[in-house]
Write a protein that binds this ligand. Structure first.
Ligand SMILES: [Ca+2]
Ligand SMILES: [Ca+2]
Length: 356
């Protein structure tokens, strides 16, 4: 990261009503979770596998050719037969402690009949190319928070989307940690993650794919990024709602914060980033990048920088800095604010940038 010598190159928006509407007009499609008609396929594969143990049911060496990009995995239909599917459910029929991952089916092995009752157990049992399917329900407590991907490229997804599969962090900790050099092939798909006290998702030296998620009402009192916090990270975030998250003190990026260097690529598409806040800068999102940053087809609205003093920090909606290449296209940036004591102050209600 080169030191940024630019002095407020340009400022868009208004103190109270951010008015920037970037190229392409006001198009915004509400995020939706596309139902995927593949349960029958997966069940058939599971029957074939018969789940003899919690690990290593198949030789999966043939799943992907060497060097083949993992992008095809965004198409669930492209998941090849033989991929191991590991099931998670914390109120399955044989679970003696529903919604309590510390009281488990003694025969739990990740099979449809004996699913794990925490997501971490499934990840610990998974190989990189495995798929983890999380049944409907509310997930709490150990193993269903502070979850580590372990450097795998697991495709972890809910069965019916974020409205039906909720990680409630109960004000203690974070949801997911991508801290083991995960790549975009590590996919998190279709969860609500709420009430975290240490952001919902951390990406450190990692660049996962996060899609079809609702990340709401999380906070971060210790670091940047109330909802998603990225440090030397290049996450791909799509079809997500990031709302009601906040960080306090001198931390920036109420909804999303990413800091990175050259070589990283941040992509945020078709997301709603609304009602997030900070006391510093970047109420909705704050990005400091020397890499490539693309923000496209997003609604960034109703985010706030609430300054404790009259110091001039900006970017109620977006705050950008760094030497990176930024593309913001087809986004609506509206009704963001920078306020102090309830009065509009600072600069860049909608959008503030010192990016070079
Ligand atoms: Ca249980
Ligand atoms: Ca369930």
């Amino acid at each position: 990261m080169k030191p940024n010598t630019h002095v407020l190159a340009f400022v868009f928006g208004y103190a109270l009503l951010g008015g920037v509407q970037a190229e392409g007009g006001s198009h915004h499609a509400a995020p939706s979770y596309a139902s995927r008609p593949r349960k029958a396929q997966m069940d058939a594969r599971c029957e074939q596998s018969r789940f003899p143990s919690a690990r290593r049911w198949h030789d999966r060496a043939d799943l992907r050719a060497p060097g083949e990009p993992a992008a095809h995995r965004s198409d669930a239909e492209a998941v090849e037969p033989g991929r191991m599917v590991i099931y998670v459910d914390d109120d399955a029929a044989l679970d003696p402690g529903p919604v309590d991952p510390t009281v488990s089916d003694p025969a739990e092995d990740g099979s449809p009949a004996h699913p794990f009752d925490s997501i971490q157990k499934a990840l610990d049992a998974a190989s990189s190319d495995d798929e983890i399917l999380v049944r409907d329900g509310v997930y709490t407590r150990v193993g269903n928070k502070d979850i580590h991907y372990n450097g795998t490229t697991v495709f972890l997804h809910s069965e019916h989307g974020p409205e039906s599969c909720i990680l409630d962090l109960q004000g203690l900790g974070a949801g997911f940690y991508f801290v083991s050099h995960e790549t975009p092939a590590a996919i998190l798909d279709g969860f609500t993650i709420r009430h975290g006290s240490y952001a919902a998702i951390w990406c450190t030296y990692s660049s996962p794919t996060i899609r079809n998620c609702i990340i709401s009402d999380n906070s971060n009192y210790d670091y940047d990024g109330g909802g998603i916090s990225g440090f030397y990270a290049g996450p791909t975030i799509s079809n997500c709602i990031i709302s009601g998250n906040r960080c306090t003190g001198s931390n920036e990026g109420g909804g999303i914060h990413v800091f990175n260097d050259t070589g990283y690529e941040v992509t945020i598409t078709n997301c709603t980033i609304a009602g997030n806040g900070t006391e510093y800068r970047g109420g909705g999102l704050a990005i400091s990048s020397d890499g490539q940053v693309t923000i496209r087809d997003c609604l960034i609205a109703g985010n706030t920088v609430s300054l404790p003093s009259s110091a001039s920090y900006g970017g109620g909606g977006i705050y950008l800095q760094g030497e990176g290449n930024y593309l913001i296209a087809q986004c609506t940036i509206a009704d963001n604010a920078v306020v102090c004591g309830g009065a509009p102050v600072g600069f860049g209600g909608g959008f503030s940038s010192t990016a070079g």
